[in-house]
Structures are given as structure tokens and as C-alpha cells.
Design a protein around this ligand. Structure first.
Ligand SMILES: Nc1ncnc2c1ncn2[C@@H]1O[C@H](COP(=O)(O)OP(=O)(O)OP(=O)(O)O)[C@@H](O)[C@H]1O
Length: 313
């Protein structure tokens, strides 16, 4: 076990921000911590890393529940904060080198790790560039390199892609997956569900200081998805035998609407093949669209709000 939160309660004055959080983070996972603005994600990270004292509950890091925040544990953690924490007047290399020094890296090893970390985030060509001249996305990537320079076992990333260009965003997501393949455990917080869908081995959804669900993306979606809607566009709708489709088990409804055939069936009924075989015979399939639920639908089903609106709570 890399980290564990047990019964964590955190209040700011009378405001309850973390409401009895239990969370285990196993080695090798990318945990996607998803929640709307104000859900408590950053507070959870601050409690997990010892930056904020908790009102109640226990934190365990690397199996150490007695002194979880002692240096030998903290040096195994890399933290990418929401605010970019680099020195604008220093070059990329000088920035990474500074952080390598804080972590006690020396000599050849230090040089090697600085070069590796910068290359890892795609800044190998820009090592001599000053951070202040970098785009927002490059600054974010440099920020990540500085958190990685000591090769942490556990990397915590607090909304690392806010306000950046799609290319840098992609680069960061790919880098996170690569880190996982190399054995790093990652806690990745975001309010962008597409990011979690793309990289997380497990998703934890936080809302109003409570974990409302946890599981793989597929499991969470399967739990809420009660039906599948398959739309097939054909050139000869009159040739389609609606009765044959309706006769398939789990098919709830078949509707012909102009050139479109809509088939509603129980979730994951696995009928796409058979439906297409029936339709294809004489009707000429032009297009197929299977409507799938996503994590936004999971959040909506569980809370009655959208992720975007959820923050106003
Ligand atoms: N130091 C603080 N003092 C008082 N209230 C705070 C403090 N830090 C956070 N809060 C409040 O706690 C709640 C959770 O904030 P937090 O920053 O943890 O949420 P978040 O999920 O990370 O949101 P965001 O995506 O906007 O960063 C918010 O209502 C916030 O106003």
C-alpha cells in the first residue's frame, strides 16, 4: 500500500471540507480523483501530504502510520501543485537543478536526473530557455519535471492541465501513463472527466467532501447505464425487418425514423453484430452510432448535478 486515508475529517472554521474520507492507494495505480470545483480535492492532497493538519482520522504513507510525514517518507513523494512553482528568471535546467539540490541529489546522478526529467516532459530542446519566456503549457511541464527530478515512488498531481494548450495536455497525459508503466504510483486530480477516462486505472469521485463512488471507469459506467441506444442509418429503410430485431433478447424498442433505425436495448447487450446482420441484408448501412454513457453521466446520476455545475454547492 502506497498511501491510505482513514476516517479523515477536515474543517475550516465551521465549514466541513472533508467528511470522513477513507481512501487506499495501491502501488502501480493511477487514481483519478475527479470532482467539481470546491469538492475538496486540493484539501485532500494537503492532508495526505501533511501540509494541513486533520481534525480527525489517520494518514498512512508507505505503510508508516506512526510518523507518516517524516522526511524519509516525504522524499519518496513528488507533488505537482495547482499553482506553478518555478523560478521565472531561471532556465529550465537551472530550475530542475535547484529542485534536484533540495532533494539532495549530487554530482553525475544530479546531472543525469535533471536531463532525464526535462526530456521526460518534452523540454529537452529547451533546457537553456528561461521559464519566463515559456508558454503556459511549457511552464506546467517544467513544473512537473521539477517534481519528478528525484524519481518519486508516488506522484501527486493537483489539476496539472488547467488552462493549457491541447498539445501540452496530451504530452502530460502520455507522460503520466509512461510513469505508471515505469512503476510510479500516481494520484491525479482534475475536474476534466475526459482526462480521467483516458488515463486512470481507478476513479474516485469526490463531491462536497465525500467520496461518492470508486471503481474502474468501465465499472462506474456499467453501474449506471441501464440501456444502450444504437442508431443505424440505412439507404433502404423499407428493407429492414423491424420484427426480427425486436425479437432479439433484451431489445426493448425498435423505431424507424426516416433513414434511421433506433434500437434501444439493455446495457451491454452485445447485440450490435446481430442487429447489423439483420439490417445489412438488403438495406445498405450508411452509418452507425452507439450512444455510450460517460463519467459525466455517472456524476449526474449520483448527484443530480453536472460536474461543471457541481461546484456551486
Ligand atoms: N485555507 C482555507 N480556508 C478556508 N476554506 C478553505 C481553505 N481551503 C479550501 N477551503 C474551502 O474548502 C472547500 C474545498 O476547497 P478545495 O480547494 O479543496 O477544493 P477543490 O476540489 O480542490 O476545488 P478546485 O478544483 O477549485 O481547486 C472550498 O469550499 C474552499 O473554499
Amino acid at each position: 500500500m502506497i498511501a491510505s486515508l482513514n476516517g479523515i475529517v477536515k474543517r475550516y472554521d465551521s465549514k466541513l471540507v472533508l467528511d470522513y474520507i477513507d481512501l487506499d492507494i495501491n502501488e502501480g495505480q493511477i487514481i483519478g480523483l475527479l470532482g467539481p470545483n470546491g469538492a475538496g480535492k486540493s484539501t485532500l492532497i494537503r492532508c495526505l501530504t501533511g501540509m494541513e493538519p486533520v481534525n480527525q482520522g489517520n494518514v498512512t504513507l508507505f505503510g508508516d502510520g506512526k510518523k507518516p510525514f517524516q522526511n524519509k517518507n516525504k522524499e519518496k513523494i513528488g507533488l505537482v501543485t495547482q499553482e506553478i512553482s518555478i523560478f521565472p528568471e531561471l532556465t529550465a535546467q537551472e530550475n530542475a537543478n535547484f529542485f534536484a539540490g533540495i532533494y539532495g541529489l549530487k554530482g553525475e546522478m544530479r546531472k543525469r536526473r535533471v536531463a532525464e526529467a526535462l526530456a521526460f516532459v518534452g523540454l529537452a530542446e529547451h533546457t537553456k530557455g528561461r521559464a519566463q519566456n515559456f508558454s503556459g503549457g511549457m511552464q506546467r511541464r517544467l513544473n512537473i519535471a521539477c517534481s519528478l527530478v528525484h524519481d518519486p515512488k508516488f506522484l501527486i498531481m493537483d489539476e496539472p492541465t488547467v488552462g493549457i494548450d491541447p498539445q501540452s495536455r496530451n504530452h502530460i497525459l502520455q507522460a503520466v501513463k509512461k510513469l505508471q508503466r515505469n512503476g510510479t504510483t500516481i494520484l491525479y486530480t482534475t475536474h476534466y472527466m475526459e482526462e480521467v477516462e483516458a488515463i486512470a486505472s481507478e476513479v474516485v469521485i469526490l463531491d462536497k467532501g465525500q467520496i461518492i463512488t470508486r471503481g474502474t471507469v468501465q465499472d462506474l459506467i456499467r453501474n449506471i447505464q441501464h440501456e444502450e441506444r444504437i442508431k443505424v442509418e440505412v439507404s433502404h429503410p423499407e428493407e429492414v425487418s423491424l420484427e426480427s430485431i425486436q425479437a432479439l433478447p433484451d431489445v426493448k424498442q425498435v423505431i424507424k425514423d426516416g433513414n434511421q433505425i433506433l434500437v434501444v436495448s439493455s446495457a451491454n447487450s452485445g447485440h450490435l453484430d446481430r442487429i447489423l446482420t439483420i439490417i445489412k441484408e438488403d438495406s445498405g448501412v450508411v452509418g452507425i452510432n452507439v450512444e455510450k454513457a460517460n463519467l459525466e453521466d455517472v456524476f449526474l446520476t449520483l448527484t443530480g448535478r453536472t460536474l461543471r455545475d457541481g461546484g456551486s454547492a
